[in-house]
Design a protein around this ligand. Structure first.
Ligand code: PFF
Length: 466
């Protein structure tokens, strides 16, 4: 039986769903951390350039490939470029599968901190609590980790099960405004803190002397992750898009919103950190440190209205993560629907269930479970990647997204005909040189060179984006 293919209810439907996919843990968890690690200002500026010069053109390429063929990643690339390109789509499906398997684990942590902060708001923050120890205890609690990620997986499956309009678009319509409202409240509170001036200067005043060449590559690598590029998610979402909508305008809006949210989240976190004497030195050298170790306690000691904003902040993380996990599951599910003729309901449960097997491995990576927590495929000594969680993150961020992205730039820039891409991008409302001529230059020359540099640096210079 073939079901009717889904589509968004309106042009805003596509923008909201794709923005929901883009805004996620990458904005709230990874971007503030890498900005910290790379000393702010100059890194942020370089990141903005990467987003505009590489991220936006690739986003437009993915959306146009999807819309042109009205098929999910594998079918779309086969039809738009050629039969062999189905392999690139398949690579994206595998990438979605692996990325989702560990993304839900971090998303599950936000549920844990939501319930914890609710408790602290009700009964007070325990004076002797060491948040580092609390974090260590929760990640090594195998049963808890499996339950949290199972909860998140079930939520994700429930959304995708209801399809493009009633599931994915509906939650984006409801959750994104809530997410923006919570961020605004947090921003107002953060800007009132004593460290906000220092935070703004750190983030927006470039000092190129403090930017290492590796920061440039990190900015580039992150632009893929944060915009959900390189694995067919935007191809899939583009396949449900209306022919009359401008791809250039929609993509530009998505990219701007994603960037805005990343910057706002960073301003909030750094305002808090710079307000506490000595805190800047204590912020751990790990990605999780800021979000799950430093911040929880600071809500109760430093942040104005923190007892209210603490639980809201973790709701925000959970909502942002959910609108991303549904897009990841949709990549795998829509492949089964379009290419294997399986019904949506069956395909969603099958793909969600299969991914959860790997989620269990990711969830147990920090618990003391032999094999899972010691398994290691990449690196040696201090840089070894231990456990499925790190192994998968390393593989996706360093290899899968950049190679997938490179293939997509090649497909759209060099293998598709000019007529084919022009037909999708030119709608007569904007000057042609602006969105077609400029796009074609960036997708043919700038993006492949930039993405090629990522791949070369991973292959030959041991650069690590995970
Ligand atoms: N863009 C998401 C984030 O910033 O957290 C991560 C992501 C979601 C990547 C969906 C890829 C994807 F298909």
């Amino acid at each position: 039986m073939t079901e009717q293919r889904g589509n968004w209810t309106s042009s805003m439907g596509f923008v909201l769903a794709a923005t929901g996919s883009a805004i996620g843990l990458g904005n709230l968890w990874k971007f503030p951390f890498i900005t910290w690690e790379n000393n702010g200002g100059a890194f942020v500026l370089v990141y903005l350039i990467c987003i505009a010069a590489v991220g936006l053109p690739i986003m437009m390429a993915e959306v146009l490939i999807g819309r042109k063929s009205q098929k999910s990643a594998v079918g779309a690339l086969k039809e738009a470029v050629g039969p062999a390109w189905g392999l690139v789509g398949g690579w994206g499906v595998v990438c979605g599968f692996i990325l989702l398997s560990y993304y839900t684990v971090i998303a599950g942590w936000s549920l844990f901190y939501f319930t914890k902060t609710l408790g602290w708001t009700a009964t007070g923050f325990p004076a002797d609590l060491q948040t580092g120890e609390l974090f260590g205890a929760q990640v090594s609690n195998a049963g808890l980790q499996v339950m949290l990620s199972l909860g998140f997986t079930i939520a994700t499956i429930s959304v995708v099960y209801f399809g493009v309009q009633k599931g994915i678009e509906r939650i984006a319509r409801i959750f994104l405004p809530i997410l923006f409202a919570i961020l605004l409240l947090l921003l107002v509170s953060a800007l009132g803190m004593s460290g906000s001036g220092e935070a703004l200067a750190f983030i927006f005043r470039p000092d190129f002397g403090r930017l290492e060449p590796s920061g440039l590559l990190e900015a580039l690598g992150h632009s893929f992750f944060t915009l959900s590029l390189g694995m067919g998610a935007m191809i899939t979402f583009g396949s449900y898009m209306d022919r009359n909508q401008s791809i250039a305008k929609a993509s530009a809006l998505i990219v701007c919103l994603d960037t805005l949210i990343a910057l706002v989240a960073t301003v909030i976190m750094f305002s808090v950190i710079f307000s506490v004497p000595g805190m800047a030195e204590q912020v751990g050298s790990s990605t999780v440190g800021m979000l799950f170790i430093s911040l929880p306690a600071l809500f109760y000691s430093e942040v104005p209205f923190g007892a209210l904003l603490g639980p809201l902040f973790y709701v925000l993380v959970a909502l942002a993560a959910l609108t991303s996990t549904v897009s990841l599951l949709e990549v795998v599910t829509s492949f089964l629907i379009d290419e294997r003729g399986i019904t949506r309901h069956k395909a969603t449960v099958m793909s969600g269930g299969a991914i959860f097997v790997f989620t269990i491995m990711a969830a147990l990576s920090f618990a003391d479970v032999p094999i899972l927590s010691t398994m290691h495929l990449f690196g040696e000594g201090d840089t070894a990647k231990i456990g499925w969680f790190s192994t998968a993150d390393h593989f996706v961020s360093n290899w899968m997204l950049p190679t997938g992205g490179f293939a997509i730039t090649m497909a759209a820039g060099w293998f598709m005909t000019r007529e084919a891409t022009e037909g999708e991008l030119v709608d007569g409302t904007e000057p042609r040189w602006f969105h077609y001529g400029a796009w074609r230059f960036f997708i043919r020359f700038v993006a492949p060179i930039a993405v090629g540099a990522i791949i070369v640096s991973v292959m030959f210079f041991n650069v690590d984006f995970s």
